[in-house]
Write a protein of this length. Structure first.
Length: 252
């Protein structure tokens, strides 16, 4: 009997998979046996990640995708159908920030964040669902949101709105396609160790950690572990939920 966390034989697409949390997710899914399609705008970076996964004994390939470009998405899925014939797992991870107080936030800043972080999720997920339903797979759709979408954060009205939208979108979609055996869930990280947090002073990092019940910032591995769980058979009866991975930053 295969291990419940095994993804052997599964085809997984990770958007924004060329760096940061997305890269860590791609590596974790590959280590569980999935063939991972590392999607990003920067083909050089995604190719490097895919090559590294293959060198480590996994299965991966780089694919080109700009989630904010409607013409880019159907072309990607046509290629997936032709090369692999199916898609079992979608991880919507691609996202950007463009922070600023609302009184000084430009319409361009608002539109740019919503186009990637919310509309991009819609565009990619719509094509993924079409392919999953056509091939009758018990698919898994996992979107990386943020606790900011549940609790807000000063200076991030655009980002918080997009991440809150992802929650409503995912819960609605879970109701629409549950009868097809496809689950839809959100992972909501809190403060995670990134290049941005590494640039903070020790005092600033301690202040951030002080707001977290577990007393530390999260890691990409913390998020990737949650994604792996929701992508696996262990979570076959979990849908329409938000998995809070914030170390207690948010306790409703």
């Amino acid at each position: 009997m295969p291990h419940v966390l095994s993804l052997e034989g599964k085809i997984a697409l990770v958007t924004g998979g060329s760096q940061g949390i997305g890269e860590t997710i791609a590596r974790r899914l590959a280590s569980a046996g999935a063939t991972v399609l590392v999607a990003a705008r920067n083909q050089e970076k995604s190719a490097a990640v895919a090559a590294s996964i293959v060198d480590a004994g996994g299965s991966a390939e780089a694919v080109s995708l700009d989630v904010a470009d409607p013409s880019s998405v159907p072309a990607l899925f046509k290629g997936i159908a032709e090369r692999h014939g199916r898609l079992d797992i979608l991880v919507n991870n691609a996202g950007i920030t463009d922070d600023g107080l609302l009184l000084r936030m430009s319409k361009e800043s608002w539109d740019r964040v919503l186009a990637t972080d919310l509309t991009g999720v819609y565009l990619v997920t719509q094509e993924a669902v079409k392919l999953m339903m056509k091939k009758r797979v018990a698919g898994r759709i996992v979107t990386v949101g943020s606790v900011v979408g549940l609790m807000g954060n000063a200076g991030q009205a655009n980002y918080a709105a997009a991440k809150a939208g992802v929650v409503g979108f995912s819960m609605s979609l879970a109701r629409e396609i549950g009868s097809r055996g496809i689950t839809v869930n959100v992972v909501a990280p809190g403060y995670i160790e990134t290049a941005m947090t590494e640039a903070l002073s020790e005092e600033q990092r301690k202040a951030l950690a002080g707001r977290i019940v577990l007393g530390r910032l999260g890691t990409g591995e913390d998020v990737a572990g949650a994604v792996l769980y929701l992508a696996s058979d262990l979570a076959s009866y979990v849908t329409g939920t938000v998995l809070n991975v914030s170390g207690g930053l948010l306790i409703p």
